[in-house]
Write a protein that binds this ligand. Structure first.
Ligand code: PLP
Length: 407
């Protein structure tokens, strides 16, 4: 049954029934062919290989390297540990420049090993780190740049590489959003010194928990493999500091199964994105971020940008209204890493240097998508969003009168 609201009184925020009985999520896990997965789990038990360089892990690494067109793929237990290991394997220390407009793990992975994250502002159009603002942040302590391919749209890789070369810095990428995305026709995975992917359950391609580092550098790959496994180089022989970053066999089995459904996941995401595009078209001050036609994207995130002056209603109010209807829109990456602890205390004035980050964290939201969401739900969401914006003044007036239930 398609429901829609005909009066602002029917909005859930004013006590009406929510549009959806069950909550719709931005990143409900995509699950491939269960039978194939369970068959792999049975094989795994038969072989009694649960972790430690097992056959599924090796098969997944090899398939990912081929798919990404990169020499080495080193699977990991998650992207956060993968970022930590990569930063250490690259010899990063002192300060590393990265955007604040990213998931907090990008910054934490550095700070965890006492590398100071130095936040750089982003480009308002691409949402990625602004190469023009990096050089001013370089100090004698700077050892590297960590770019983040936000929403799977590649950073300005050429500009970042040029700065890294000129200033003798290492360049790594947090590619957690960018699995199966391209930059100038080339799969993301081979840029910079190394790139890090996340295969967390909420990402469109998942291994429950998991991640991977990709690189074309043989020496770095060997170092990453060693560090992932306590620094072991053979039985009883530890040659380096290390940690435990290994991906388990059950995760690798999930990865192989997810990989077989990758095209299906992407095409559902793409259809969902197109449905949203036509559904919200023509609302003043509201737009979805665009993807260049000739680059591949995974369409994992449907990202809406709101210009409150034109739209007449803020991002935060829209999110509140949507949550009341059981539409769990998200506000990534609000409030920005620089506004989260410990960075907020370390750099109380950081926001002065991050005007575009501040603007984006106030204006951007993500809408539910993935294989758990279909066209009819998206049509309803879009109808609701149109209804909300076209009745913005009345809704705001009613909230001002204290009629709102949800806070
Ligand atoms: C999800 C994500 C991470 C963390 O990945 P995990 O695998 O959960 O550790 C890091 N950076 C970005 C940009 C992410 O979206």
């Amino acid at each position: 049954m398609i429901m829609s609201k005909t009066s602002t009184k029917e909005l859930a925020v004013f006590g009406g029934p929510p549009l959806f009985d069950e909550t719709l999520h931005v990143g409900r896990p995509n699950i491939g062919d269960r039978k194939k997965f369970l068959r792999r789990v049975n094989d795994m038990f038969d072989q009694r290989r649960l972790s430690n360089n097992g056959p599924f892990m090796r098969e997944l690494e090899q398939k990912l390297a081929t798919f990404l067109g990169v020499k080495h793929c080193i699977s990991m237990c998650n992207a956060t540990v993968a970022l930590e290991i990569t930063a250490r394997a690259l010899g990063l220390q002192g300060e590393v420049i990265l955007p604040s407009f990213t998931f907090v793990a990008s910054a934490h992975a550095l700070q965890w090993q006492e590398i100071t994250p130095v936040f750089c502002d982003v480009d308002p159009v691409t949402h990625n780190i602004d190469p023009g603002k990096i050089e001013n942040l370089i100090t004698p302590r700077t050892t590297g740049i960590l770019g983040v391919h936000v929403w799977g749209r590649a950073c300005d890789v050429e500009a970042l590489s040029a700065i890294a070369r000129k200033r003798h810095l290492r360049l790594m990428f947090d590619a957690a959003h960018a699995f199966a995305c391209t930059h100038q026709g080339q799969m993301i995975g081979g840029f910079g010194d190394a790139e890090v992917f996340s295969f967390h359950a909420t990402k469109f391609f998942n291994t429950f928990e998991g991640g991977a580092v990709t690189t074309n550098n043989d020496e770095l790959a060997a170092r990453l493999r060693g560090m992932r496994n306590f620094g072991f180089a053979g039985l009883d022989n530890v040659v380096d500091i290390g940690t435990n970053g290994k991906m388990s066999e059950v995760s690798a089995a999930m990865g192989l199964t997810s990989l077989e459904s990758l095209d299906a996941f992407i095409s559902v995401n793409y259809e969902n994105y197109l449905t949203y595009c036509s559904g919200i078209e023509g609302i003043p001050g509201v737009k979805l971020i665009e993807f260049t036609g000739n680059e591949k994207n995974n369409y994992q995130y449907v990202v809406m940008e709101i210009d409150e002056n034109k739209a007449g209603l803020s991002r935060d109010l829209l999110v509140k209204l949507l949550h009341a209807e059981n539409i769990l829109a998200r506000r990534y990456f609000y409030p920005g890493c620089h506004q989260m602890e410990p960075y907020r205390s370390y750099f109380p004035n950081a926001r002065l240097l991050l005007p575009e980050t501040e603007r984006l964290t106030a204006n951007v939201l993500q809408l539910p998508t993935g294989t758990a969401v279909g066209k009819s739900e998206i049509d309803q969401i879009c109808d609701l969003i149109r209804f909300i914006f076209f009745n913005g003044q009345e809704i705001k007036a009613s909230i001002a009168q204290g009629n709102s239930f949800h806070d």
